[in-house]
Design a protein around this ligand. Structure first.
Ligand code: ADP
Ligand code: ZN
Ligand code: ZN
Length: 739
């Protein structure tokens, strides 16, 4: 027999299989992971078998070795489907199905050691990256180890040997050079192990919950549509329990940002930690690897994780649950650009199991489907613990300015905070911009200081005295003279979370405050630390970005202030209103979750906008009915699909050439073959340069089908045929991020 093998390594551009003879004694299937000789390379390459056939038309080599581990058939099919649907190479989509880290080595020898050397970086990452770029560190193995440690600080020697080319000698050499240090320290393998929580048992479901629980049984798609606090999570818990009793696994996805130990605790305290595997991006490679193996061996039957946990090799999968299904983080923004909801749908069909979506503010597309019966809608109308929905007040910021209040906090919000402090209740203030000032401008020439690599203004971070680019991470010292005209008349405008915190401290010097944004949570556990401190130390005011609003449960919070509801509205995306409504509703859901009356104050310059107006009563139905009419009129999803053909290059001229050629190609085909679609001319992307690459795109509005899929595939092949220097092209289907 002959195996069709995808090479899993450097030959990324090849989207094709290579034939290899299967030696008689070798047991090779679809999904087998094999070692093969390839080209003139001395070392064997790793590959994955995705097809079998009798004969090859070529003269072929033999498979040299077989790994014990393999990818299941269904997941090989999934990889093929992903490559086709999201226009990527199968080698890229197959990587999603592999265990985390590099595992071609013998992993059986691995033992869980408790007291070992912890190996970590002795210099900061930026310095090390620079030394690698400048060629000061040359050895490949050393670079490999350093890059691993950048992602996995405090690693064990075992993990380094398992996941990199490094050996003890390589690490010792790095220690000698001062890049790495060893500390004797206990290394925690399971990040949630320290949390022994009290066991909880099932709550008695209310009538609505009971109906939901009972109707979710057979294969199919379900949407649990229920306000925050309506008891969706309790339903998930009991569905998972039912699965467990039937000896089946469950996968539950939650948005990355709400994947806090606090949330996970609710599951651990119901099922115990042995049954649960948690997967998310903040885990080290070793931790993820361990979790993956517990799932694969069937030791952990409950998988909780962010987007990529959908690929966890759960044994006998019985159900997939996706909480906050409208969340943007379920769509990958890098290749493969998959949508976890669609992947879940594929798996649910394949395994003939239920797929359960849950949200208080469903994705327009899914709600539309639930209205026409494609998805079974289950509605929860009341909060489960009988706490009332918070009272929402909308403050018109135009009046504040007119009344001479230049602060970020309106009179109304100031008063509410003051009252809340008096009764010792907690407040959350939400602002979707980090940093202190959001742009720096020269008053003489009007120049704003931009990132050298991206066409985007730099944000002033007062804490560190730096200007930062929020796209590429570039940092520079604060400017005192204008780089254009050398004037010293530099001024800082706009406001982020750092300034908000400063203003709060000034207005309420007696109040304790804590800030949560990317800048304060970058370390591994600080997200959790901030949440725990806010909760346990009863800190008066939490100031933060998006990450404060997702899924947390703070019993003592009775006031939530939204500093500016407008930041999403003006972003030039057809989803702007939907996102605004979702965010505001979610923010409101943080207030008064435990009996006490909650209050929400939303500040805006657009009080008459319907997304803001309807968030006052958190009435999704009203919002939906308005929004769906607009979508229908303007032909936006769910009435059509938006395809973005995104192109970039380090050179503007090349980008122009490529985008014109692709457009010309598409236009010709569309005319010749009478496609019923709207094809727009290529234009610079809203952010037209990121990380030194110029960006342009062309948009197609259509009803996506096989014919259009093939047209796009042809366009992609047309691009591959071009002789390009640095140009890249990707095809994005209904992308969340239109910037
Ligand atoms: P959601 O996931 O919809 O936000 P939760 O499941 O978190 O809602 O429930 C909100 C609150 O109501 C929680 O404190 C939860 O313990 C409580 N709760 C949920 N279901 C019930 C029930 N059947 N009886 C009593 N309390 C419940
Ligand atoms: Zn100037
Ligand atoms: Zn930048």
């Amino acid at each position: 027999m002959v195996a069709e093998v995808i090479i899993n390594s450097s030959v990324k551009d090849l989207n094709k299989t290579f034939d290899y003879q299967i030696p008689n004694e070798m047991d090779v299937h679809i999904g087998s992971r094999v070692f093969i000789p390839f080209g003139r390379k001395k070392d064997l390459e790793e590959g994955i078998v995705i097809g079998l056939k009798e004969k090859s038309q070529y003269e072929i080599k033999e498979i040299a070795g077989l790994q014990p581990e393999q990818i299941r058939n269904e997941y090989v099919e999934l990889a093929k489907w992903i490559a086709d649907r999201y226009f990527c190479n199968i080698s890229d989509s197959l990587k999603l199905m592999l265990p985390p880290g590099r595992t071609t080595k013998n992993v059986d020898k691995r033992i869980e050691t408790k007291k070992i050397n912890s190996i970590s970086l002795a210099k900061d990452i930026i310095t090390i990256k620079k030394d690698i770029e400048d060629g000061i560190i040359k050895t490949k193995k050393q670079i490999d180890v350093l890059e691993f440690l950048m992602r996995n600080d405090n690693s064990t020697m075992q993990d380094i040997e398992l996941f990199t080319d490094g050996t003890v000698a390589v690490v010792n050499a790095l220690v000698k050079k001062g890049y790495v240090e060893k500390k004797a320290k206990k290394v925690e393998r399971n990040p949630f192990l320290h949390k022994i929580t009290n066991r909880t048992s099932n709550l008695k479901l209310n009538d609505e919950q009971q109906v939901a629980f009972e109707s979710i049984k057979d294969k199919g798609k379900y949407l649990i549509y229920g306000v925050t606090g309506s008891g969706k999570t309790e339903i998930y818990l009991q569905l998972i329990e039912r699965n467990l009793k039937n000896n089946k696994s469950s996968i539950m996805l939650i948005p990355e940002i709400s994947l806090t130990p606090q949330t996970v605790d609710r599951f651990i305290s119901r099922f115990g930690e042995d049954e649960i595997a948690v997967l998310h991006s903040k885990l080290s490679t070793g931790e993820r690897f361990d979790a993956w193996n517990r799932i694969k061996d069937g030791r952990a039957k409950i998988v909780i994780g962010a987007r990529s946990a959908i690929f966890a090799p759960a044994v006998d999968l019985g159900m997939i649950i996706i909480d906050e299904e409208h969340d943007e983080s379920y769509q990958s923004e890098s290749t493969p650009r998959y949508d976890a909801l669609e992947v879940a749908d594929f798996l649910a069909n394949k395994f003939e199991i239920p797929l359960v979506l849950g949200s208080a503010t469903p994705d327009m597309k899914n709600f539309y489907k639930s209205n026409n019966g494609e998805i079974k809608k289950i509605t929860l109308t009341e909060r489960a613990n009988e706490s009332k929905l918070p009272d929402v007040e909308i403050v018109d910021l135009r009046n504040e300015l007119a009344n001479g209040n230049k602060r970020m906090l309106s009179e109304s919000l100031q008063k509410a905070i003051f009252n809340n402090l008096k009764i010792n209740k907690q407040t959350i203030l939400f602002l979707n911009r980090r940093g202190f000032s959001t742009f720096v401008m020269c008053r003489d020439c009007g120049n704003t200081i931009k990132c050298k690599r991206c066409n985007i203004t730099l944000t002033y971070h007062k804490d560190e005295g730096k200007l930062k680019c929020h796209y590429c991470g570039h940092e520079e010292k604060i400017a005192t003279v204008c780089p254009e005209c050398k004037s010293k008349n530099i001024k800082y405008f706009g406001a982020g979370t750092q300034r908000l915190e400063a203003e709060v401290k000034e207005l309420f010097p007696e109040a304790s405050t804590i800030r949560m944004d990317i800048d304060t949570v970058s370390k591994k556990n600080s997200h959790e630390e901030i949440i725990n401190r806010f909760k346990n130390e009863n800190i008066n005011i939490l100031v933060g970005t998006q990450m404060v609003v997702k899924g947390h449960h703070f019993p003592n919070v009775t006031l939530v202030g939204v500093i500016s509801a407008d930041s999403n509205l003006n972003m030039g995306d057809f989803r702007a209103s939907e996102k605004t409504f979702q965010t505001l509703t979610q923010v409101a859901g943080r207030a008064g979750r435990e009996g006490d009356d909650g209050k929400v104050i939303i500040q805006t310059y657009n009080p008459e906008n319907y997304a803001i107006e309807y968030s006052k009563t958190q009435n999704y139905d009203l919002f939906y009915n308005t929004e769906i009419q607009i979508r229908k009129q303007l032909k936006y999803p769910p009435f059509c699909d938006i395809i973005v053909v995104a192109m970039s290059s380090k050179e503007e001229t090349e980008l122009n050439k490529v985008s014109r050629k692709i457009h010309k190609y598409l236009k010709q085909r569309v005319i010749d073959e009478r496609f019923g679609l709207l094809l727009y001319s290529p234009v610079p992307s809203p952010i037209n340069k990121i990380k030194d690459r110029y960006r342009a795109r062309l948009i197609i509005k259509c009803k996506y089908d096989k014919r259009i899929h093939d047209l796009l595939t042809d366009a992609q092949n047309e691009f591959y045929k071009m002789k390009v220097k640095t140009a890249r092209m990707s095809i994005e289907l209904n992308p969340n991020n239109m910037l």
